[in-house]
Design a protein around this ligand. Structure first.
Ligand SMILES: *[C@@H]1O[C@H](CO)[C@@H](O)[C@H](O)[C@H]1NC(C)=O
Ligand SMILES: *[C@@H]1O[C@H](CO)[C@@H](O)[C@H](O)[C@H]1NC(C)=O
Ligand SMILES: *[C@@H]1O[C@H](CO)[C@@H](O)[C@H](O)[C@H]1NC(C)=O
Ligand SMILES: *[C@@H]1O[C@H](CO)[C@@H](O)[C@H](O)[C@H]1NC(C)=O
Ligand SMILES: *[C@@H]1O[C@H](CO)[C@@H](O)[C@H](O)[C@H]1NC(C)=O
Ligand SMILES: *[C@@H]1O[C@H](CO)[C@@H](O)[C@H](O)[C@H]1NC(C)=O
Ligand SMILES: *[C@@H]1O[C@H](CO)[C@@H](O)[C@H](O)[C@H]1NC(C)=O
Length: 417
């Protein structure tokens, strides 16, 4: 063999080795806990116990670990994946985990108190919600039975959820509580448009949550941001069907934390009943604030209420609309929002009489009617938007806008004269 050929061969082998090493370093851990070692992992069987045991060992491992679930469909009655763990931990789901059709309580799979968790693998969490949806009576009763949430992330830090699908949850698909620095990237959420309460991702009391490059098709909110949502970024997400991206609802309960810092950017809404909205309850005792919320570069395709602030949010009449909401909304912007509205009032801003919205800005809004006769309009109550750039429709051109009468007493208290 010539010298040149030999060095070429050596270089090739080195490159291959380097490549293998790089791929390995990115995607896997020091120790792999193969589920096959914890039972007879045959598709169609229940792997609840095997998973629990594998988790226990992986979590106790001093070196970074990975749990690998192979392809195929498996039954899982419950998943309680709790930390703290000794090192970083990967949960790699290759196949489909299927929930029981009937499940007591309000959880299916919970990840809790874990630092540096990765959930990935291209697999599916199938909540099997079809039968449970018929039992949902939250539209009739305020204290309705809570159905299980498919995936809960409780007190998770510095973690990533990527390349997974959540299918047909019984209640919310994903609930995020008390987390800090958690990213959802490239995930799929799927449930029918008429499935009740199947919110895609609900976030509460969490900081620095990022959702990027994901597709969410469901029966309720695509993403909802509850109280205590701070530094939330949503980008490159497609929603629809569903109820759109919401901040709220807020003000239903006492002791709610402020919502502060929301950026929704470059998202597409298709056939959703709302586009981007902020909703707060009237008639409750609870005060609070929601501030620094920005929505830009959003495409609306056949969307009902593309832009909505609703401080009289009172589904199924479960509140007193006469008492104004005590949530103060401020520093909100809507910029470069284009597409089509399926309802005549494309921009609806209903702010609180006691706490009018402040610093609500619009720039470059270009919406056209879709499937409705007549032009689209905007409507504003207890808010004076600051407008620039394109205004299609004209923002708050209602012929009569009663003046606000405000007095400064700790915060602004305004009433219509
Ligand atoms: C956030 O989490 C990611 C993923 O674990 C990590 O790479 C990053 O360093 C964390 N950021 C901070 C500020 O800790
Ligand atoms: C959105 O997608 C574009 C194009 O792929 C990418 O450049 C950008 O970084 C993404 N934004 C976020 C916040 O991930
Ligand atoms: C916007 O998001 C889409 C995916 O929904 C992506 O393909 C596109 O590159 C993004 N554009 C920018 C400018 O980030
Ligand atoms: C949106 O709704 C229209 C009319 O109902 C339907 O034809 C279309 O397929 C829907 N688009 C998506 C992406 O679901
Ligand atoms: C100012 O607020 C305090 C506390 O809410 C209240 O007791 C007082 O009556 C208010 N004063 C006016 C002039 O509204
Ligand atoms: C705002 O003012 C009205 C009328 O002056 C008063 O009834 C109401 O209690 C005030 N609200 C707050 C939160 O101070
Ligand atoms: C504003 O409210 C104050 C106190 O309620 C009242 O005295 C005043 O006349 C009102 N101003 C207008 C312009 O209605």
């Amino acid at each position: 063999m010539s010298r040149i050929k030999l060095s070429f061969l050596v270089a090739t082998i080195l490159t291959l080795l380097l490549l293998a090493f790089t791929v390995d370093a990115q995607s896997s851990a020091d120790v792999v806990f193969d589920l096959e070692a914890y039972g007879n992992i045959v598709p169609g069987t229940d792997i609840t116990t095997a998973l629990a045991n594998a988790w226990k060992d992986a979590c106790a491992s001093g070196r970074s670990s990975a749990i690998v679930i192979p392809g195929g469909t498996f039954e899982v009655r419950e998943g309680n994946f709790a930390g703290p763990c000794k090192n970083r931990i990967d949960f790699q789901l290759g196949g489909t985990l299927r929930a029981p059709k009937a499940l007591p309580g309000d959880n299916w799979i919970i990840f809790a108190h874990i630092d540096r968790l990765t959930v990935s693998g291209g697999g599916v969490f199938d909540g099997q919600g079809k039968e449970a949806w018929g039992k949902n009576d939250c539209h009739k009763r305020i204290n309705c039975a809570q159905l299980p949430v498919s995936l809960r992330f409780n007190f998770i830090t510095n973690s990533i959820v990527t390349r997974i699908t959540s299918l047909d949850s019984k209640n919310f698909h994903i609930n995020v509580l008390g987390c800090n620095n958690l990213t959802f990237h490239n995930i799929n959420i799927i449930a029918p448009g008429n499935s009740p309460n199947t919110d895609g991702i609900h976030i509460g009391r969490s900081n620095k949550i990022t959702i990027t490059k994901s597709k969410i098709a469901t029966g309720d909110d695509c993403i909802s941001l509850g109280d205590g949502s701070r530094q939330i970024e949503v980008a490159n997400v497609t929603c629809g069907p569903g109820h759109g991206i919401s901040v709220g609802s807020l003000g239903r309960y006492t002791n709610e934390e402020p919502v502060e810092g929301v950026l929704v950017k470059n998202c597409t809404m298709i056939n959703t009943t709302n586009g981007v909205r902020i909703k707060t309850w009237p008639g409750s005792a609870a005060g609070g604030t929601a501030t620094d919320m920005h929505f830009l570069d959003i495409i609306m395709v056949n969307v009902g209420n593309p832009i909505l602030i609703d401080q009289e949010y009172c589904p199924w009449n479960q509140c007193n609309r006469q008492v104004p909401s005590k949530i103060k909304i401020s520093k909100v912007s809507f910029e470069n929002i284009r597409g089509s509205s399926a309802t005549p009032v494309a921009i609806k801003l209903i702010c609180s009489r006691s706490f009018p919205c402040e610093e609500v800005k619009f720039r470059d809004i270009d919406l056209t009617p879709n499937g409705i006769t007549g032009p689209i309009t905007s409507q504003c109550t207890n808010v004076r938007p600051i407008v620039s750039g394109k205004q299609n429709p004209k923002i708050c051109a209602s012929p009569y806008q009663p003046p606000l009468n405000c007095s400064l007493n700790n915060s602004w208290n305004c009433s219509l004269s």
